[in-house]
Ligand binder design. Structure first.
Ligand SMILES: [Zn+2]
Ligand SMILES: [Zn+2]
Length: 343
């Protein structure tokens, strides 16, 4: 089968022929239809320090997909050939304290599909059935393909009550963009998003936030003065940029009693004014992955009740032209990029 592989310990990816994956008794063989390029895949493409310490050279990358079940392991229940599925890319151990208490998201033995081993940027993927998620027919292919990042957004945004709350999103990458839609759907009052990238801020307007802040031209504080912010700042701040400057700004911008939820991958050490955190009684929460499968059902049910994240998908390429997709992502002038394995 054809697969997109990190073939050498250097930047870039190659299209290679690989044997069809073998499945175990508890696995599904999934024929891949569509995949999406994640920020994680960009790290793997660039082969930065994190990537070179994480992905074994020779691995197929990719973890965001939609496919159809082609073969079912003999011990699998609840799936059959022809089922349309996406899946959770975090493979959990099943035997630790967290797995045994229904908190797979906290499993310390988690391995990532396409991150610690072979992934889904290929014609076929073998996946444990306990990681597969059946997609209702009404969810369009492209949206079904991005359930993993949408799940990150939902996990982050719904960490705290948003009803009637003022929400600041720092970072207008695909995750931040979808967060506008999720926050509004969840009942937020003002939703403000900030970034430096004019393309992404323009794209953000399609999600109709209360305000879009170009940090090159204005500050969030100045823009917030013109809004009817209810309190001394934003009730809930969603950090989705990974920028230390963004995190530092949240000390000032977060309201008394406010919440800061961090999904963006910051450097290991990044400053924040701890006096503001303490005296304003700010709660800070880090987010990793998705609650399996609570987050998946929350995302599905919001889509079924009108959530629209479709403007985040800006480009589709045939999978064999994956380089164009990666170039588009690397340019910064894109939302989500889909690779289609059916054309
Ligand atoms: Zn991802
Ligand atoms: Zn575990």
């Amino acid at each position: 089968m054809k697969a997109i592989v990190k073939d050498e310990p250097a930047p870039g990816l190659s299209l290679k022929e690989r044997p069809f994956p073998q499945i175990g008794d508890k696995d599904l063989l999934i024929k891949i239809q569509k995949t999406a390029i994640c920020g994680t895949d960009i790290h793997l493409y660039k082969w930065d320090e994190w990537a070179s310490n994480t992905l074994p050279v020779g691995s197929i990358i990719g973890h965001e997909f939609l496919g159809v079940v082609e073969k079912v392991g003999k011990d699998v229940k609840g799936f059959k050939e022809g089922d349309r599925v996406s899946g959770e890319g975090h493979l959990t151990c099943g035997i630790c304290r967290y797995c045994l208490t229904g908190q797979r998201v906290l499993c310390p033995n988690t391995k990532g599909v396409g991150v610690n081993g072979d992934g889904c940027f290929a014609e076929y993927l073998a996946l444990p059935a306990e990681n597969a998620f059946k997609m209702p027919d009404k969810i369009p292919d492209e949206i079904a393909t991005i359930f993993d990042p949408l799940g990150n957004v939902v996990h982050t945004a719904l960490s705290f009550d948003l009803v009637g709350k003022d929400v600041l999103i720092t970072g207008a990458g695909p995750i931040g963009l979808m967060a506008i839609a999720v926050a509004k759907h969840a009942g937020a009052c003002n939703v403000v998003i900030s970034d430096l990238n004019p393309y992404r801020l323009e794209l953000a307007k399609k999600f109709k936030p209360t305000a879009v802040v170009n940090l090159k031209q204005e500050s969030v504080a100045d823009v917030a003065k013109g809004l009817n912010i209810n309190s001394t700042g934003f009730d809930v701040c969603l950090e989705m940029s990974g920028s230390p400057q963004a995190l530092e700004s949240l000390g000032d911008l977060t309201a008394h009693g406010g919440k800061i939820v961090i999904l963006g991958l910051l450097p290991s050490y990044a400053p924040i004014n701890w006096h503001q955190v303490i005296f304003k009684m700010i709660t800070i929460k880090g987010i990793y992955g998705r609650e399996i499968f609570n987050t998946w059902f929350q995302a599905l049910h919001m889509l079924q009740s009108g959530l629209d994240v479709s403007p985040v998908i800006t480009h589709t390429f045939p999978a064999l032209e994956f380089q164009k997709g990666f170039d588009m992502m690397l340019s910064g002038n894109s939302g989500k990029v889909i690779l289609d394995w059916t054309i």
